[in-house]
Design a protein around this ligand. Sequence first.
Ligand code: SF4
Length: 314
Amino acid sequence: MSVKQLQEEILKLKKKNDVTILAHYYQSIGIQDIADYLGDSLGLSRIVNEKVTSEYVIFAGVLFMAETASILNQEKHILMPNKNAGCSLADYLTPDLIYKFRKMHPELPVVTYVNSTAAVKAVSDISCTSSNAVNIVQKISHEFNVNKVLFGPDSNLADFVEQKSNIKTIKMPENGHCAVHSQITPKDVFESRKKYSDALVLVHPECIRKVRDLADFAGSTAQMYNRVKNSRSDEKKFIIGTECGMLERMAKDFPEKEFYLLKDEITCFDMKKNNLSQIKYLLNNLDDKDFEVRVPPKIAEQALKPINKMLEFS
Ligand code: SF4
């Protein structure tokens, strides 16, 4: 069956069964095109809360995202096309590691990136995203009257926060990183600038500092998208330093611009574990519990607090 036929069947089934499909910008373009809503991790979870009326939601992303949607919407059925789609960055941080750091620094707030498990969120003081990390760290350190925070699991985002604020971060752990973004090197930036000399380089804060410093812009996926959307008419070419799904989205939405990937392969293989056939299967088997993501109520209740605090501060 062709991609187009699969997409048409999915659209019919989705309507018939009253299911909402959410997709992250890093999904394949075939999935993005059949989604009701597209966005970054937190944006999508908020959509489930504020806009989705259907009882069943298919979340095409990775596990921590579906967990966040479940925490914010305990009454809905959140289904994932492939529950094995995890995140190696989220795996760096555990509740035990947080307890260890809290013991050493009991006066400091624990800030955790939304790219973390529900269990980790449940023992944190506040969550943050790559869009709001600087603002959140500034506000929570002010509330605790300190100039340092415990931050995990992404050490590059922690470093980005330090660069943009006067607040120090103690990284939990020291080397937590996204395997996809941290593989981008300064050499990649030099080489792509040489190839596309008049293009702007946009990278994600999960990239290492040397890469961020060489770029024209460092921001979350949604911020990168908006940077292109609001670009001047003479800004025609962009070199994209994030997952390739984002480039496909922008190329489709802004056909008057040109996009190049910062290096040949910037692919998150976990994000790409979801596919259209699995989505079709789910639409025919909504009650298959193997695909449902439900955070246990006690953990969900605890994890909701740092998320709500972040929303309150945003
Ligand atoms: S791109 Fe990086 S942070 Fe995002 S899901 Fe993949 S491994 Fe995790």
